[in-house]
Design a protein. Structure first.
Length: 398
């Protein structure tokens, strides 16, 4: 007891030094309200656990945590940089193509880039030349005007026309030569955009899943894309160009790659509040594991293995979840939200925004609006025991 009391005393004494005037001035404006709250709690009550809680929440809101030592601040900066760099990693860049169609798009990009460079150099050279020339000819504007017409015609009309016609031709040619397998030669995957998640169907096998598109490596895949609400755009930069999902029609896109891996994708057309959190992943796997996956996804949900999971299923079926979600093999046949039959087999939750762990799942079910404000799923106020049972059940749906 006395240990705890003196621990608190030490904390308070230390905090007075660390939260002195200089450090307050240094702290700047960011997160000021929260930090002031933090300081007053530490100073008034010396309660370390409360201050730790606030520190953690400051860290998660992204505010700078000046109360941490410099070393850990550097750690935060490095972690941030690593995250930023990871976002530019090869799996999300159209300039590191991993499939036939993506290579064609990247080739086109480089062609346009280098033509752009040449045009830029020419224009810059012409500008510099004009500046020098103008200065020299200042005393005689009439001569200047006489020779001006030729470069104007060549550089202003002929050259741009040639370049634009050439690039248009090359683009059309690249589009015509895209791989475009028809349904008989390829694995067909239907993708339906929803605000703000992706429904994924394999019509040949009656498989329905969400936010994860599994495809076989080394075989053509034909994606047929449409939307249930507004226009979205399906984009996996490393595998193929982007294509819009338009209400009332079905667009097709093909993927063909022999490199297994997980490729990040996202919605590339602003589609409302949570557009930025409408991600997905394409999992390219060797033929045999793809077939295993498909077979597993085609089955009904697993029966609960223990009493807790059985109770969880009861909770699910008697809560509002059934109006919006399907779990094949049960009475739940809602179609507003993702099919949850094999929820536990997915790596992420809520359109790729967080890992599929028990903690994230619990947080999502209790308050989806906290993670994804505006998401089409209401918060629920399940009693803790029911929630635990529900988590056990959903966690068993592999
Ligand atoms: C009004 C309809 C509605 C109700 C009721 C509802 N959900 Fe949802 N749910 C959704 C929608 C829509 C999403 C997709 C949200 C997003 O990603 O933007 C979703 C997503 C989920 C996900 C994530 C699925 C995935 O693959 O990422 C889980 C898990 C989930 N809901 C569980 C539940 C549970 C458990 C209940 C009952 C307590 C419930 N939902 C009630 C509409 C609903
Ligand atoms: Cu979208």
């Amino acid at each position: 007891m006395s240990g705890a009391a003196s621990g608190r005393g030490r904390g308070a004494a230390r905090s007075r030094g660390r939260y002195g005037l200089a450090s307050r001035l240094r702290s700047g404006f960011r997160g000021r309200g929260r930090r002031w709250e933090l300081e007053s709690i530490v100073q008034d009550s010396g309660d370390r656990s409360e201050s730790d809680r606030l520190l953690r929440s400051l860290a998660t809101t992204g505010a700078t945590v000046t109360a941490r030592s410099r070393a850990s601040r550097l750690g935060l900066v490095l972690a941030g940089a690593a995250l930023a760099l990871a976002a530019c990693g090869p799996d999300q860049s159209m300039l590191s193509p991993m499939g036939a169609n993506a290579s064609r798009a990247a080739g086109l990009w480089w062609l346009m880039f280098w033509i752009g460079v040449v045009v830029w150099v020419l224009v810059t050279a012409a500008t510099l030349y004009a500046l020098v020339r103008r200065r020299r000819d200042r005393h005689d504007p009439l001569t200047a005007r006489r020779w001006e017409n030729a470069p104007l015609v060549w550089g202003g009309i002929v050259l741009p026309s040639v370049v634009l016609v050439l690039l248009t031709g090359v683009s059309i040619d690249a589009m015509r030569h895209r791989d475009h397998p028809d349904a008989s030669q390829a694995t067909v995957v239907q993708v339906i955009g929803h605000q703000w998640w992706w429904e994924v169907r394999y019509p040949e096998r009656d498989v329905v899943t969400a936010n994860e598109v599994h495809v076989p490596a080394g075989r053509p895949v034909r994606l047929e894309l449409t939307t249930a609400d507004v226009i979205h755009s399906f984009w996996v930069p490393a595998l193929a160009g982007k294509i819009d999902l338009v209400p009332g029609r079905s667009n097709t896109l093909s993927i063909n790659t022999d490199r297994p891996g997980v490729y990040e994708g996202r919605c590339a057309e602003f589609c409302g509040l949570q557009h930025a959190k409408m991600r997905f992943r394409v999992v390219v796997e060797p033929e045999s594991s793809f077939q295993d996956w498909l077979a597993a996804q085609g089955t009904s949900a697993a029966e609960p293995a223990d009493d807790l999971a059985a109770r969880g299923r009861q909770v699910f079926l008697s809560a509002s979840c059934v109006y919006c979600h399907t779990i094949r093999g049960t009475a739940a046949v809602g179609s507003v939200g993702p099919d949850l039959t094999h929820l536990a087999s997915r790596d992420t939750l809520a359109a790729g925004i967080m890992p599929n762990t028990k903690g994230h799942l619990g947080g999502w079910i209790v308050d989806p609006q906290q993670v994804k404000p505006g998401a089409r799923m209401p918060s629920s106020d399940l009693p803790p025991d029911d929630l635990q049972a529900l988590l056990a059940y959903l966690g068993s749906l592999a």
